[in-house]
Design a binder for this molecule. Structure first.
Ligand code: AMP
Ligand code: MN
Ligand code: MN
Ligand code: MN
Length: 295
């Protein structure tokens, strides 16, 4: 893990550094995910499940067995609380055995469990019988997320689509929303760095913040020592990619890219439409093994 070997020009590598397996709210097992990445000609993949690294080992082993290999970079997407908002910090290239990182993820997992139980109570009060058992059954071994509740609400016929479940029940201000006491942005960054990894501000334009608040978010991230931002996402306009390029340049951040793939059949696909604009320094330049072909 965490070294990229290539005999082809680095610019030709297909890199996806943000996706989810069924260790959190993705649909595919880590193994299926890596096989899919391989079918999509992805060379380098980071599995970035929400607050868990439980799927990493299986992803890595699958990637190693393939020919050509899918090279796996360790990853995680940590939920942080910031001014009443939930901000996601991706960690990449860390040591998966690091004790402090594992302790932080354990705490986050406990908070997830508590939050999920409270959400279940709220939905049950509104008539969704046996909600806790049903959501546990649906989530299986996964870290429970709001996406699981959204799926349950669709399955139970309460809403037609997951998006509507968020709109009506699960998003901030709605009846089943529970504000989680996630760790701070500073704590996430510090812990990722201590584990030898790189911190990445995830999908900075997806929080629907005003220009001033987006600026403030970048200032906070940068002041806390954050080193990279996602610039290329699977579904974004050229204008959004340009905005993120400008932020990366302004705050002197490395650039990352990722599909945020969750499930088959969505418009997001592993490795799709990901290309960094010229002039940015890719975050994966950190892990390139020194082959003559890379120079
Ligand atoms: P959580 O981390 O438990 O708060 O769950 C957040 C996850 O729910 C995100 O990572 C998305 O995968 C999913 N999600 C958030 N908002 C929406 C939405 N409006 N429609 C569908 N899925 C969403
Ligand atoms: Mn998700
Ligand atoms: Mn996210
Ligand atoms: Mn994500």
């Amino acid at each position: 893990m965490n070294q990229i070997f290539t005999t082809q020009p680095v610019a030709d590598l297909k890199v996806d550094l943000h996706c989810h397996s069924n260790s959190s709210d993705g649909e595919l097992t880590p193994q299926e995910l890596v096989l899919r990445a391989s079918n999509q000609q992805v060379d380098v993949l980071a599995l970035t499940d929400h607050d868990t690294i439980a799927g990493l080992r299986s992803a890595y082993e699958t990637g190693q067995k393939l020919n050509p290999k899918v090279q796996i970079i360790s990853g995680v997407e940590i939920s942080c609380a910031w001014h009443g908002l939930e901000i996601h910090i991706v960690g990449l290239g860390f040591d998966p055995d690091d004790e402090s990182l594992n302790a932080l993820l354990e705490q986050q997992g406990e908070k997830r469990l508590l939050r999920a139980k409270t959400i279940a109570v709220r939905l049950q009060q509104r008539g969704l019988e046996d909600c806790w058992n049903k959501v546990c059954c649906l989530a299986g071994e996964a870290q429970i997320t709001r996406a699981h509740f959204a799926r349950l609400l669709v399955k139970e016929g309460w809403v037609s689509r997951e998006k509507i479940a968020f709109k009506k029940y699960l998003r901030k201000g709605r009846k089943a929303y529970v504000s989680p006491p996630w760790c701070s942005i500073e704590e996430a960054i510090h812990t990722i760095h201590q584990a030898g990894g790189i911190s990445v501000l995830a999908h900075p334009l997806d929080y629907k913040l005003s220009g001033d608040w987006t600026e403030k978010l970048f200032q906070t991230f940068s002041a806390a020592g954050g080193v990279a931002t996602e610039v290329a996402q699977c579904q974004q306009t050229p204008n959004e990619r340009q905005k993120l390029t400008d932020f990366a340049n302004k705050y002197n951040l490395l650039a990352s890219q990722g599909s945020d793939f969750h499930f088959v059949g969505s418009r997001r696909e592993l490795g799709r439409s990901l290309k960094l604009p010229e002039g940015l320094q890719p975050v994966w330049s950190q892990w390139l093994a020194t082959f003559p072909a890379n120079q």
